[in-house]
Design a protein around this ligand. Sequence first.
Ligand code: MLT
Length: 387
Amino acid sequence: MRFSTRMDNLAPYLFAEAERKIAEKRAAGIDVISLGIGDPDIPTPKYIVEEMQRQIADAGNHRYPSNWGHPDYAAAAASFYKRRFGVDIDPKREFMALLGAKEGLAHICFAMLDPGDLALVPDPGYPVYAGGSILAGSDVRYLPLRPETGFLPDLDAVSEEDARRAKVLFIGYPNNPTGAVVEDDFFARVVAFAKKYDIAVIHDNAYSELTYDGYVAPSFLATPGAKDVGVEFFSFSKPFNMTGWRTGFAVGNHEVLEHLWRLKTNMDSGMFDALQKTSAFILDSPWDFVHEMCGVYARRRDLLSEALTSVGMKVPKIKGTIYMWIPVPEGYTSGGFCEHVLEQAAVVITPGRGYGPAGEGFVRLSLTTPDDRIAEAVDRIERSLRI
Ligand code: MLT
């Protein structure tokens, strides 16, 4: 058979590879602890499951949905954005339902980029930013995120030639994988940069609700002028433990969303109305569950931090996301350390290199594992380091 040349250099997705290794070990009877993928261990709360059951039973929800999204979902998202971020969203023109943020991030590349174009992608960054751009035929310029600049890209370091050629800039704060947050005028600088060079900004806002120590994450769209240049993707996966449900939405610049809409009408038939109405219900209901989850993750962060520090690792205290981005012990590459920990301790962690070249030297640990398993994992890692 003959396949698309686009597949030639396409490696399996970062976590697909980890999934294969975990399955292999478990099949061999090994008790593997995963601190790899960010997939919440605590189930979706009952009030959400029950609402979905009600919506599924309603025959009015069983036909094709609209690709823009159900009006109830759009209205609930607009009112959430006003209440939470102080951002005005026109539910008819500035909202679109997504089958999870990942789907939107990948597809928007096909709406924005042509072969030979340039995408500016944070490094390290969520793999879909580079993956989607490359699949669309675009070149990728990595913008290094370094600890000394708070893991924010240095826009002044982008060459004039690259800035002029670039059509999109991906960013995401609170940041996956580094856990960094925005505490200064970074978003305003992004807007100025995007306006100067006519670049569309794609802000991945999957983690704004999972923050700690009193930090409250802003929306990129709250920055004056942001809606002129960009869109933002919100996801239910992490705040509501709904990774398997695939629900999220995009808000912001109408022209960008109209292009994404046109593309998606040719690729999918929208999101199940029962899920859209449940998503609306979630946004309109009290958010106690999310606050509880913040408490759970802050506790796990402290547990992991204390234990790893005591074995000599340098662990920065994150204020957002569910990930800890940790320098590997001396003498290891990021891949080598993950391999060592998997083979010697049966613990899965993610190599920083998988998020881009500047991720070398780091590993990412996810907090989506019960406390006792986190403690056990650290114990095993400590023992493996003595080998
Ligand atoms: C992660 O672990 O970074 C992601 O949330 C999983 C994914 O969407 O690929």
